[in-house]
Design a protein around this ligand. Structure first.
Ligand SMILES: Cc1ncc(COP(=O)(O)O)c(C=O)c1O
Length: 469
């Protein structure tokens, strides 16, 4: 018998590939100087209680709220996923209408199921090279005119580091006495420098979710839910947070958030030096001819408002997929990146990166670039869908009986899950929508492009049984 997980992790540790991925501590002792094993404790008289904080956890959460400019911040030890669910449960009740980008993270779909709300979907737009961009503000106006919306959920930034115009969105949402929840899981570092996009909480969002572990030096699962609003019932949020957090919260995770907050607020030079490294790396990468670093010039495409310069989103405009490039980076240069798509890669940096690690990445990309020839990428045939209400609530879909049928016979049926090509991560059919003949045609075209489509396997699709729909 092997210790399967441990053995693999030891093997990976031995290879010691440079980590341009989460979590943001990057195994850097400067930011993880303690042996967290000794801190894996439980609630004793001395360690406070996450579910009724009065002492060290309360003080730490208050300091966090002050840093973020929140009325109140809550630690979540189940990542941004748990925090997204708590936010929706805390703001909405069954039957409420929620406006949501269909390209949201799966935890938002879980929240839609658990809360029993009726989503109205708004499709995110695409960039010219088929990356998931922002929602359209024009579509948003249309949705608020047509539906009585209790809350809106926006993902900003996206995985690729694109933000939406949160200030304008917040103004529209508040004019309709609605609540704005922003999934800012990938933007927890924004608060530490004006060089990054403005944090959503400073732009009028009522609730913001930050996965501190993604881009800051924290242990996996470290997340924060913050409220800055008179429109939100704080007691219900508190209850929802408590429902989602385990009753055995990890003190190492909480201590890592607390220590990151403390270190990064006391030593301002850390971000100054990091931003210098980022700017140097980006100007070097700008010399590449084929591998194209996504930069400021993408602003405005698909209503993209701003970009996060800590994220190296690189278009692979060659006879090579993003996955091929990721493989070369790992096998030839011992660099592990975060994400690879058909035509792009995303490498994630953080303040805990060793500047030599980032330089090594830049050199590798420039090396590879020299050997490539330019190829043009077609825009995917994924026209946007109009704003639309689900025909069955995600909750009803979840509880309904299902059957598996041929994709060719699925017109008019409601899929058991989301039908989504990745990239760009924009669903063709969101949860609770009916599949149309045009959707089936689109799936066929995308499959011919070699794009994997979640929810379809060997031309079969699981759908809600007809008597249930
Ligand atoms: C946009 C977005 N929101 C939320 C999450 C979930 O965050 P976590 O991994 O901290 O649970 C993710 C995870 O990748 C994400 O990409």
């Amino acid at each position: 018998m092997s210790a399967f997980i441990l053995d693999k992790l030891l093997e990976i540790g031995e290879k010691n590939a440079y980590p341009l991925h989460m979590p943001g501590h990057k195994r850097n002792m400067r930011f993880m100087p303690y042996d967290f094993r000794t801190m894996d404790v439980t609630e004793t008289g001395e360690t406070d209680n996450l579910h009724d904080p009065k002492d060290i956890i309360a003080k730490s959460q208050e300091a966090m709220a002050e840093l973020l400019g929140a009325d109140e911040s809550f630690y979540m030890v189940n990542g941004g996923s748990g925090a997204n669910i708590a936010a929706v449960l805390g703001c909405c009740k069954p039957g409420d209408t929620v406006l949501v980008s269909s390209g949201c993270h799966k935890s938002i779909y879980s929240a839609l199921i658990l809360s029993g709300v009726k989503p109205v979907y708004i499709s995110p737009q695409m960039t010219e090279e088929s990356l998931c961009a922002s929602i359209s503000i024009r579509d948003m106006f249309r949705a608020f005119d047509e539906y009585d919306i209790k809350a809106m959920i926006v993902t900003s930034p996206t995985y690729e580091g694109f933000t939406s115009d949160i200030k304008t969105i917040a103004d529209i949402v508040h004019k309709h006495s609605s609540i704005l929840i922003v999934d800012e899981c990938h933007g927890s570092h924004f608060v530490f420098s004006d060089t990054f996009p403005r944090p959503a909480l400073s732009q009028g969002a009522d609730i913001v979710i930050n996965s501190w572990h993604k881009t800051l030096p924290c242990l996996n699962q470290a997340a924060v839910l913050s409220v800055k609003s008179e429109r939100v019932d704080r007691e219900r949020i508190r209850q929802a947070v408590s429902m989602i957090n385990t009753t055995s919260p990890s003190y190492p995770i909480m201590a890592s958030i607390d220590y990151a907050r403390h270190t990064l607020t006391t030593d301002k030079n850390l971000f100054t030096a990091y931003i210098r490294t980022l700017k140097e790396a980006r100007s070097e990468l700008a010399h590449c001819k084929v591998l194209k670093l996504v930069n400021d010039s993408i602003k405005g495409q698909g209503d993209i408002f701003d970009i996060d310069i800590s994220r190296f989103t690189i278009m692979v405009r060659a006879d090579l997929t993003g996955n091929d490039l990721a493989k070369i980076l790992l096998e030839k240069y011992n660099i592990q990146i975060e994400l690879a798509g058909a035509h792009h890669i995303v490498a994630l940096s953080s303040v805990a990166d060793d500047p030599r690690g980032i330089k090594k990445f830049v050199k590798a990309i420039r090396d590879i670039d020299k050997k490539l020839e330019r190829k043009y990428i077609d825009k995917l045939p994924l026209d946007m869908k109009p704003v639309r209400r689900c025909v069955m609530t995600p909750s009803d879909v979840f509880y309904a009986e299902k059957e598996t049928i041929d994709l060719s016979e699925s017109e008019g049926r409601i899929p058991a899950g989301i039908i989504m090509p990745y990239p760009p991560g924009i669903p063709i059919v969101a949860l609770g929508e009916r599949i149309t003949a045009a959707d089936i045609e689109k799936i066929g075209i995308l499959e011919r492009y070699g794009i994997n489509i979640a929810g379809i396997e060997n031309n079969k699709i699981a759908v809600v049984k007809e008597n249930e729909a």
